[in-house]
Design a protein around this ligand. Sequence first.
Ligand code: B12
Ligand code: SF4
Length: 578
Amino acid sequence: MNKVEPVHKLKSKANVLLTSVFGPYAQNDEYGSRDINPMELYQNQVTRTQGAFSLRMFHRSFGLMLIQSNLDAPTTLLDFPSLQIFTDEIKCKSYDIVGISAIAPNIGKVKEMCRLIRQYQPHAAIVVGGHIANMDNLGNLIDADHIVCGEGVKWFRSYLGQDAGAPIKHPEVYSGFNTRILGLGLKEKPGETAAILLPSVGCPIGCNFCSTSALFGGKGKSIHFYETGDELFEVMCQLEKNLKVKSFFALDENFLFYRKRALRLLELMEEHSKSWAIYVFSSAKVLRSYSMEQLVGLGVSWVWMGIEGKDSQYAKLGDIDTRGLVRDLQDNGIRVLGSSIIGMEGHTPGNISQVIDDAVSHGTVFHQFMLYTPNHGTPLYKELREKGVIFSEAEFPLADSHGQYKFNYRHSHIRDGQEEQFLLDAFNRDFEVNGPSLTRMFKTTLNGVKKYKNHPSRRISDRYKREAVKLGSSYAGATWAIRRYFKNDLKLRAELDSLMKEIYREFGWRSRILAPAMGLYISHMIRKEEERLENGWTYEPPTFYEKNPAAQMLGERVQVGEAYTRTTSGRLIPATAD
Ligand code: B12
Ligand code: SF4
């Protein structure tokens, strides 16, 4: 990290390119892409073994979007370029600064991108940020001018001579895109996908393994882009208006931890009759500190919660009965994504099966399993490095250190790569015992609808009525098809029978007619998707190419290199495509 904050000589006149690392991602290559490490959340680490039932979708590089939104300088953003697109861009245009965002496993790509920038843009300053910056030896591994560890908006603003403390302008972007499940690509109508909301970064709880907390200061620290409930409410109103949304994905590691801000937001939502839904990350102890009425009032309808593992000692869990908490939340229509760790200090080949059973018994709608991984910059990394058990790059490449393969260190009890199978066992058992996450989601949504559709507060009942719309039609069809698919699994079939009956009871004759009609088509699509997967089909995000107003003013050609043209939505497509 730089001690004296640098300032670029051109200040806000500098032409800036911000880029994520190049793809393709879900295939093995010499730059560190791995087929088991796709650019997806659910398929990567949540519904990994659910086949055609896995939820597939992509998420934009929000950190880069946030930085771009707050720069006065002409700034172009290249998200998910191919190596060819990236190379064309730096070959054909002139940039004064190129900023790359990356995480540690993508170091091979960053190294190559820096090499290419030096070759084609020798005068450009190279700035590297994001989680990769937590590597203390990064400067020796890549050829960059500035490695920015921590929050990037403030850094970039001061680098370009802007007021670093000016209010943060929020990017307007949906939380996910190109959603696909059961072999069906979901149509993205405006307003149906949640908007991303970036209230803060970091987490003051500071668990020993947590990269996000470590990057933004560690225990006791976090950075707020919007300090108060009033500021956040204003941003949400703006997103509601411009993106036509009523739901928000709060990408804040522990949204509910900041109680004053959350409760003020609740007051404002009540005062202005906002029937919003919010998806949050929250620790169990913090969740329990709110009443169900408050959570429902705030519109909390999806929660990412650390369960971590049987007998784990993390303060964020307190003495909370996580199983009871999940039950309460899901009974009230709040879908839980539980997150468990495989390979904690006390885990052994002898007890791992019990650890997995314990996690699975929570019956969360979604369950993430990750290997206990010392990421650079975390207290866990420091501890294990002092013990001398972290593998060198030659023993275990960083590209494989993504938490879904093997340990990047010598575990005290689990050896010889057994963890790879333990991880798969966890995903498989969750799927076998609890069935597809999709039907768990329908069940939980139905719980909420039944409980709150007649709630005296109109903004609450409206939200559940909105959620109910699809339950009686496409979700009923999906349930019908999934029940048919699992007809030989007695336990699952019984559960799906009862879900189907509940849906029919709630939505009447219309759902009885729609379910088999849609279900037959969905069954066909499931079969097709299974064939595609068997033939090795992988899912890659499209490239985005976006300019901020200052860059648009430069009036540059929209053609990138020879081979690609930009569509009106900002996506890059091969020039021959139309
Ligand atoms: C969204 C997300 C994803 C998306 C990726 C979206 C994308 N387009 O890249 C998906 C779901 C696909 C994903 C996948 C993976 N992810 Co991920 N992901 C996240 C998540 C939840 C949020 C990131 C985010 O948007 N934050 C909000 C923005 C505002 O913050 P930010 O990105 O940190 O950006 C700020 C600063 O870092 C800095 N900054 C960022 N970029 C740059 C660039 C420059 C030039 C500068 C100056 C500054 C700068 O400024 C920004 C504003 O302050 C984080 C956890 C977290 N909460 O941060 C994990 C996280 C980044 N992911 C992580 C990992 C490991 C992965 C995976 C390997 C999956 C896995 N097994 O966990 C895969 C890799 C996929 C691949 N092939 O590359 C780790 C990284 C660990 C590390 N030390 O490198 C994190 C920290 C989660 C964790 N395990 O702790 N991920
Ligand atoms: S509570 Fe979650 S976000 Fe906070 S430090 Fe622990 S793992 Fe990280």
